[in-house]
Design a binder for this molecule. Structure first.
Ligand code: THU
Length: 157
Protein backbone atom coordinates (compact mmCIF):
# COMPACT_ATOMS: atom_id res chain seq x y z
CA UNK A 1 0.00 0.00 0.00
CA UNK A 2 1.18 3.47 -0.82
CA UNK A 3 -0.48 6.62 0.48
CA UNK A 4 -0.57 9.26 -2.21
CA UNK A 5 -1.60 12.90 -1.99
CA UNK A 6 -2.92 15.29 -4.53
CA UNK A 7 -2.14 18.99 -4.61
CA UNK A 8 -4.52 21.45 -6.23
CA UNK A 9 -3.28 24.87 -7.30
CA UNK A 10 -5.63 27.82 -7.67
CA UNK A 11 -5.47 31.59 -7.34
CA UNK A 12 -7.45 33.95 -5.17
CA UNK A 13 -7.99 37.62 -5.91
CA UNK A 14 -9.06 40.19 -3.31
CA UNK A 15 -11.68 41.78 -5.53
CA UNK A 16 -13.07 42.04 -9.03
CA UNK A 17 -10.74 44.95 -9.76
CA UNK A 18 -7.71 42.62 -9.54
CA UNK A 19 -8.96 40.47 -12.40
CA UNK A 20 -8.07 40.96 -16.06
CA UNK A 21 -10.59 43.05 -18.00
CA UNK A 22 -11.95 39.92 -19.73
CA UNK A 23 -12.41 38.00 -16.48
CA UNK A 24 -13.97 40.98 -14.74
CA UNK A 25 -16.47 41.39 -17.57
CA UNK A 26 -17.30 37.69 -17.38
CA UNK A 27 -17.94 37.84 -13.64
CA UNK A 28 -20.06 40.97 -14.08
CA UNK A 29 -22.17 39.15 -16.66
CA UNK A 30 -22.59 36.25 -14.23
CA UNK A 31 -23.75 38.75 -11.59
CA UNK A 32 -26.24 40.22 -14.00
CA UNK A 33 -27.50 36.74 -14.86
CA UNK A 34 -28.59 36.17 -11.22
CA UNK A 35 -31.47 38.53 -12.05
CA UNK A 36 -33.01 35.97 -14.40
CA UNK A 37 -32.86 33.01 -11.99
CA UNK A 38 -36.18 31.23 -11.50
CA UNK A 39 -35.90 30.08 -7.90
CA UNK A 40 -39.29 29.83 -6.16
CA UNK A 41 -38.11 26.84 -4.09
CA UNK A 42 -34.61 27.74 -2.88
CA UNK A 43 -34.63 31.51 -3.33
CA UNK A 44 -30.92 31.09 -4.10
CA UNK A 45 -30.21 32.99 -7.31
CA UNK A 46 -27.22 31.72 -9.25
CA UNK A 47 -25.71 33.38 -12.29
CA UNK A 48 -23.12 31.94 -14.65
CA UNK A 49 -21.41 33.27 -17.75
CA UNK A 50 -19.18 31.50 -20.24
CA UNK A 51 -16.67 33.08 -22.58
CA UNK A 52 -16.20 31.39 -25.94
CA UNK A 53 -13.06 31.36 -28.10
CA UNK A 54 -14.45 34.12 -30.34
CA UNK A 55 -15.05 36.33 -27.28
CA UNK A 56 -18.82 35.87 -27.13
CA UNK A 57 -20.26 35.71 -23.62
CA UNK A 58 -23.30 33.51 -22.99
CA UNK A 59 -24.95 33.66 -19.60
CA UNK A 60 -27.34 31.42 -17.71
CA UNK A 61 -29.12 31.21 -14.38
CA UNK A 62 -30.61 28.42 -12.32
CA UNK A 63 -34.07 27.31 -13.38
CA UNK A 64 -35.99 25.38 -10.75
CA UNK A 65 -38.96 23.06 -11.06
CA UNK A 66 -41.69 21.79 -8.75
CA UNK A 67 -40.27 18.32 -9.42
CA UNK A 68 -36.91 19.41 -7.94
CA UNK A 69 -34.44 17.27 -9.96
CA UNK A 70 -35.96 18.56 -13.20
CA UNK A 71 -34.46 21.98 -12.58
CA UNK A 72 -31.02 23.00 -13.81
CA UNK A 73 -28.03 24.83 -12.32
CA UNK A 74 -26.86 28.15 -13.73
CA UNK A 75 -23.58 26.68 -14.98
CA UNK A 76 -25.21 23.99 -17.10
CA UNK A 77 -27.87 26.41 -18.35
CA UNK A 78 -25.06 28.68 -19.60
CA UNK A 79 -22.92 25.88 -21.04
CA UNK A 80 -25.76 24.12 -22.85
CA UNK A 81 -27.08 27.41 -24.15
CA UNK A 82 -23.64 28.37 -25.49
CA UNK A 83 -23.19 24.99 -27.13
CA UNK A 84 -26.65 25.09 -28.67
CA UNK A 85 -26.05 28.55 -30.11
CA UNK A 86 -22.39 28.30 -31.15
CA UNK A 87 -21.39 24.63 -31.29
CA UNK A 88 -18.05 25.28 -32.95
CA UNK A 89 -16.65 27.68 -30.39
CA UNK A 90 -14.47 26.31 -27.61
CA UNK A 91 -15.45 27.31 -24.09
CA UNK A 92 -12.57 29.24 -22.53
CA UNK A 93 -13.86 30.37 -19.15
CA UNK A 94 -16.87 30.17 -16.86
CA UNK A 95 -17.77 32.50 -13.99
CA UNK A 96 -20.33 31.71 -11.30
CA UNK A 97 -21.87 33.70 -8.46
CA UNK A 98 -24.76 33.29 -6.04
CA UNK A 99 -27.21 35.92 -4.79
CA UNK A 100 -29.16 35.37 -1.61
CA UNK A 101 -31.23 37.80 0.46
CA UNK A 102 -29.94 40.85 -1.38
CA UNK A 103 -26.24 40.02 -1.40
CA UNK A 104 -23.85 38.35 -3.79
CA UNK A 105 -22.58 35.19 -2.24
CA UNK A 106 -20.28 32.26 -2.84
CA UNK A 107 -21.15 29.62 -5.41
CA UNK A 108 -19.04 26.65 -6.36
CA UNK A 109 -20.12 24.28 -9.14
CA UNK A 110 -21.85 21.06 -8.09
CA UNK A 111 -20.53 17.65 -9.13
CA UNK A 112 -22.85 17.30 -12.14
CA UNK A 113 -21.78 20.71 -13.48
CA UNK A 114 -18.12 19.76 -13.05
CA UNK A 115 -18.73 16.64 -15.13
CA UNK A 116 -20.40 18.71 -17.84
CA UNK A 117 -17.50 21.20 -17.83
CA UNK A 118 -15.14 18.30 -18.27
CA UNK A 119 -16.97 17.30 -21.45
CA UNK A 120 -16.23 20.71 -23.00
CA UNK A 121 -12.51 20.31 -22.28
CA UNK A 122 -12.60 16.92 -23.99
CA UNK A 123 -14.63 18.23 -26.88
CA UNK A 124 -12.54 21.29 -27.66
CA UNK A 125 -9.15 20.03 -26.44
CA UNK A 126 -8.60 23.06 -24.26
CA UNK A 127 -8.50 23.93 -20.58
CA UNK A 128 -11.44 25.68 -19.04
CA UNK A 129 -10.83 28.47 -16.52
CA UNK A 130 -13.34 28.64 -13.68
CA UNK A 131 -13.96 31.83 -11.70
CA UNK A 132 -15.98 31.54 -8.48
CA UNK A 133 -17.21 34.48 -6.49
CA UNK A 134 -16.35 34.02 -2.79
CA UNK A 135 -17.95 35.61 0.24
CA UNK A 136 -16.60 39.07 0.90
CA UNK A 137 -16.01 39.74 -2.79
CA UNK A 138 -12.91 37.60 -3.28
CA UNK A 139 -12.57 35.55 -6.46
CA UNK A 140 -11.17 32.04 -6.86
CA UNK A 141 -9.64 31.17 -10.20
CA UNK A 142 -9.06 27.56 -11.17
CA UNK A 143 -7.29 26.54 -14.37
CA UNK A 144 -8.62 23.26 -15.71
CA UNK A 145 -11.58 21.13 -14.65
CA UNK A 146 -9.24 18.38 -13.40
CA UNK A 147 -8.53 20.60 -10.40
CA UNK A 148 -12.24 20.54 -9.56
CA UNK A 149 -12.83 16.94 -10.54
CA UNK A 150 -9.72 14.84 -10.00
CA UNK A 151 -9.61 11.31 -11.42
CA UNK A 152 -12.12 12.40 -14.05
CA UNK A 153 -13.86 9.64 -15.99
CA UNK A 154 -11.98 9.08 -19.24
CA UNK A 155 -12.69 6.44 -21.84
CA UNK A 156 -12.17 5.75 -25.52
CA UNK A 157 -15.73 5.01 -26.57
N1 THU B 1 -27.19 25.86 -7.96
C1 THU B 1 -26.62 26.37 -9.09
O1 THU B 1 -27.31 26.85 -10.00
N2 THU B 1 -25.27 26.33 -9.20
C2 THU B 1 -24.42 25.94 -8.21
O2 THU B 1 -23.22 26.03 -8.38
C3 THU B 1 -24.96 25.40 -6.96
C4 THU B 1 -26.44 25.25 -6.91
C5 THU B 1 -28.65 25.97 -7.82
C6 THU B 1 -29.44 24.71 -7.86
C7 THU B 1 -30.69 25.16 -7.12
O3 THU B 1 -31.55 25.85 -8.01
C8 THU B 1 -30.20 26.16 -6.10
O4 THU B 1 -28.93 26.58 -6.59
C9 THU B 1 -30.08 25.62 -4.70
O5 THU B 1 -29.31 24.50 -4.65
Amino acid sequence: MELKTLEIAYSEYDSLSELSQDDRTLMEQAMKATETAYVPYSNFHVGAAVRLANGTIVSGSNQENLAYPSGLCAERTALFSASAQQPNQAVEALAVVGHFQGEFTEASPCGACRQVMSEYELRYHNQLTILCYLNGGRIRKISGVKSLLPFTFEAEL
